[in-house]
Ligand binder design. Sequence first.
Ligand code: ADP
Ligand code: MG
Length: 268
Amino acid sequence: MSVLLSSGKGQFMNKPNNSIPLRVNNITKRFYQGQKIIEAVKKVNLIVEKGDFIAIMGPSGSGKSTLLHLIAGLTNPDEGSIEVNGKDIFTMSDSQLTKFRRKHIGLVFQAYNLIPTLTAKDNISLPIILDSRLSNIEKQLLGLLKDLEIDHLQSQRPDTMSGGEQQRVAIARALITNPSIILADEPTGNLDSINGQRICKILRTLCDSQTRTIVMVTHEAQVAIWAKKIVIMKDGQLIDSINTSEIKDFDSLVDFYQSRLAGTASLQ
Ligand code: ADP
Ligand code: MG
């Protein structure tokens, strides 16, 4: 499978960098709280290939959001580098990175972050409007509205939609630019379990039928199990991983997760 947790020579070394949507190289992020130093992310390595759907699963405070924000270029690392589509994102200027992010990275957060005064259609179109690539999106937009079953919401504003509907609009907005990678931080966190499962199913379908590449972080096993691969995060480190095709049932995932969190062994 196509996640590499540790650095070193492996199956990916011969691939050109720009054929790999995401490469995280030995990334470290520290926060300073008074005298205290918190290493939120510690020397993390990760390679994600096109069409992968990775769930990074870990308890609250394990560093999941910090890692995702680093990958999105929303926060700077103390050490290491991140390549999206072969481009080292931290060598770019702020304005270059903003443009690059808009084009190559689709972001989906727990809070849907839609613009309240815009309709669903305009919220989804916003990244394209900002990028002034206005041509030819109508067909793609209609396809997305249909795929995500939100075509009937086109003219509605977010305050008239349910949480699940708003999140589907937010996913459409993340997809409209055809990004190299979709990053989702607890995308079901504000939803009831039925709507949460629906979002998970949509993400998996996008991966299976459209070869979209997804990295999602979650603390919930019932969300992580929809991914193709689960990577476990503990205390800022990626400590183990498993293909979901190898997991017998939901209980065995919970057992695997709990045993890895309790253990001290680390792959890094
Ligand atoms: P998770 O998403 O897994 O719950 P986070 O990445 O949010 O974890 O946080 C990891 C650690 O970093 C926690 O100890 C948290 O308190 C700390 N942390 C996160 N963001 C900041 C910040 N802006 N300033 C200081 N500490 C932070
Ligand atoms: Mg978080």
